[in-house]
Write a protein of this length. Structure first.
Length: 347
């Protein structure tokens, strides 16, 4: 899908205050490691993740997502009445009903005309939200919209550790299905999508978004029933990490020629990806024929932050000077399902 009058005014990230190293996670896994004869250090060795972050244990998705949303509005110099839509795009939600976006709407004191709803699409959620806002802007439905994500990964990590430690029937091959859960971090992110003709100076023109699905692989990563992320909730997730790695990159590779064609076959100056780990990044760039120096890795200190990963990386890459005005930037999103979203922006 090509866009003519749509821009992303800003990306914002909000990082949790607490840090948890991979070595500390393995200390917490001592009973399981001892039973399975695992040596410490394998988690960082296999993933490249040195640490991840987590919020205060009382934090809920709406609150941290609203913090990122407020930061994005402040960066763009916008007031609540400037926002016509807000979409909450996290894997994590406060509850099944109502939409977590309604809480974000209340916290940010957005106007009554501002439509609000949730989109859930695994790690691709915020790209999907941007796509919906871009279509709403293009149709004339709204002038400007806000997408937010507040991922709270610690409950998943905590329950996974308890499950691995306390179930004596778990074997080495069973441990593999929980390995991805040990890489999960927490983060919040936001982006503002608007009409280009009203966008603030320094905005990034959205050129295109290309979608691709391989839903025959939706069984490769599945979490437990969605019951919200407040209190003592703790989901479990089973992931065939190796197959998901290869199938996800195969889906991205299938979408890549169409993405390039929609952008006139031109190359990109920078690439921002959903951050998973060392193996995923290396194989993705090799498969697509991209120079790894175009990337700005955040997984070493954030882990995999779900739908907040890619937009937070874009925000952090901008702060670091990796993304600069005049560059052509590709956002490469891959989420379990499997779904792929590739966005092209002029920075």
């Amino acid at each position: 899908m090509l866009y003519q009058n749509v821009s992303v005014e800003t990306f914002a990230s909000q990082l949790p205050p607490h840090q948890l190293t991979s070595l500390k996670v393995e200390e917490m896994l001592a009973p399981a490691y001892s039973r399975l004869n695992f040596s410490p250090g394998r988690l960082e060795l296999f993933t490249g993740i040195k640490e991840r972050r987590y919020w205060d244990l009382t934090a809920v998705p709406s609150a941290v997502a609203a913090e990122a949303g407020a930061k994005a509005m402040q960066q763009a110099g916008l007031l609540p009445e400037d926002i016509d839509a807000v979409i909450h795009c996290s894997v994590c939600r406060d509850f099944l009903e109502p939409a977590t976006a309604s809480v974000v709407h209340q916290i940010l004191k957005l106007p009554a005309h501002c439509v609000n709803f949730d989109i859930s699409n695994a790690c691709l959620g915020l790209i999907s939200g941007m796509s919906v806002l871009a279509d709403m802007v293009s149709s004339g439905r709204i002038r400007r919209g806000l997408v937010v994500s507040g991922e709270i990964g610690y409950p998943l990590l905590r329950r996974t550790i308890a499950h691995l430690n306390n179930d004596p029937t778990i074997k080495r091959q069973d441990f593999k299905l929980h390995f991805a859960s040990l890489t999960i971090g927490s983060c919040a992110a936001a982006a503002i999508v608007s009409r280009s003709d009203i966008a603030k100076p320094g905005s990034h023109r959205l050129v295109s978004i290309t979608d691709h699905a391989d839903t025959s692989q939706n069984h490769l990563c599945r979490g437990s029933a969605d019951s919200g992320m407040g209190g003592d909730s703790g989901p479990l997730m089973l992931t065939d990490s190796e197959t998901l790695l290869h199938r996800g990159i195969a889906a991205a590779s299938a979408a890549w020629p169409r993405f390039l064609a929609e952008n006139g076959g031109r190359s990109f100056d920078r690439v921002v990806t959903h951050q998973v780990g060392t193996a995923h990044t290396a194989l993705l760039f090799k498969t697509l024929g991209l120079d790894p120096s175009l990337d700005h890795p955040t997984f070493p200190f954030l882990g995999n932050c779900g739908s907040a990963s890619l937009p937070a990386t874009a925000a952090l890459a901008t702060q670091a000077g990796h993304l600069k005005s005049g560059q052509r930037v590709a956002l490469l999103g891959i989420g379990s399902g499997i779904n792929v979203g590739l966005a092209a922006l002029e920075w």
